[in-house]
Design a protein around this ligand. Structure first.
Ligand SMILES: Cc1cc2nc3c(=O)[nH]c(=O)nc-3n(C[C@H](O)[C@H](O)[C@H](O)COP(=O)(O)O)c2cc1C
Length: 208
C-alpha cells in the first residue's frame, strides 16, 4: 500500500516539507558573498549540485530573494564553503535571517579568509572552498537558480591523501535531511560499476 500526495491538493509549505524529506541527503553549499557596500554574507543552501563538468559549474537555488542572491547579482561572484560536522552549530547559525548590514561571519564567530580569484571571502575554518564567478541565473517559479563557474578550489592539505585526493573520512560532510534533521557521514561503502561486457548471466546482489 502507498499513500498518495498531489501538489495541487496540499498547501505549498506542506508539499515543500514532504519533498524536502524525500530528496535526502542533500549536500550543503555554505555560500559566502559580499554586498555592494562590503558586508560579508554567509548562508547555507542545500538545493545544491554540480551543474556541468566542463566548464566546471555549480548550482544552488535561492528560494525567494535573499541577501545571498542580491549580493551575487550585485558583485557577480561567490564562494561555496564546505560544511564539516565540526561546524554544525555555526552552519545552522548562518541560516538566521539577519539584517543585510549584519555579517554572519561575525555573528557566528567565523574567520574571513581572502579568496584567490574572487572578492567574496572564504570561511577560514572550513576545509574546502570553491570560488565561483556568476555564470547565469534562471528564474523558476518562486525560486532563482544560480549557476557559478568555478574559478579556483582550495582544500586544506590535511584532508588530502598522498595523491591529492580528498578523504571523505577527514572531510566529514554534514548533509540536510527533512524538517530540522541533519545527516553525518555514517558508514562509507565502496563498489565498482559493472561494465555491460562483464554482466553476469544472472544478476544476484551479494547478500548483506
Ligand atoms: C541547512 C540549511 C539549508 C538551507 N538551504 C536553503 C536553500 O537551498 N535555499 C534557500 O533559499 N534557503 C535555504 N536555507 C535557508 C537560508 O539559509 C536562510 O534563509 C538564510 O537566512 C538566507 O540568508 P541570506 O538572506 O543572508 O542570504 C537553508 C537553511 C539551512 C539551515
Amino acid at each position: 500500500m502507498r499513500t498518495d500526495f498531489d501538489p495541487r491538493n496540499l498547501p505549498r509549505r506542506d508539499f515543500y516539507r514532504l519533498l524536502n524529506s524525500l530528496v535526502v541527503p542533500r549536500p550543503i553549499a555554505w555560500v559566502s558573498s559580499r554586498s555592494a557596500t562590503g558586508v560579508d554574507n554567509l548562508a547555507p543552501h542545500s538545493f545544491f549540485t554540480v551543474a556541468s563538468v566542463s566548464p566546471a559549474i555549480v548550482q544552488f537555488t535561492s528560494v525567494g530573494v535573499k541577501d545571498t542572491l542580491r549580493n551575487i547579482l550585485a558583485t557577480a561572484d561567490f564562494v561555496v564553503n564546505f560544511t564539516p560536522e565540526s561546524l554544525f552549530e555555526e552552519v545552522n547559525a548562518t541560516g538566521t535571517d539577519f539584517e543585510p548590514q549584519e555579517s554572519e561571519f561575525d555573528r557566528a564567530g567565523l574567520t574571513r579568509e581572502p579568496s584567490l580569484t574572487v572578492g567574496s571571502m572564504r570561511v577560514a575554518q572550513s576545509p574546502a572552498a570553491i570560488e565561483c564567478r556568476l555564470h547565469s541565473t534562471l528564474e523558476l517559479g518562486d525560486c532563482t537558480l544560480v549557476f557559478g563557474e568555478v574559478t579556483h578550489i582550495a582544500v586544506a592539505s590535511d584532508v588530502l591523501d598522498d595523491g591529492g585526493h580528498p578523504l571523505v573520512e577527514k572531510l566529514r560532510p554534514l548533509s540536510r535531511l527533512g524538517l530540522d534533521e541533519w545527516g553525518t557521514i555514517g558508514e562509507v561503502k565502496e563498489i565498482q560499476r559493472i561494465r555491460a561486457s562483464d554482466w553476469p548471466r544472472e544478476f544476484r546482489p551479494r547478500e548483506q
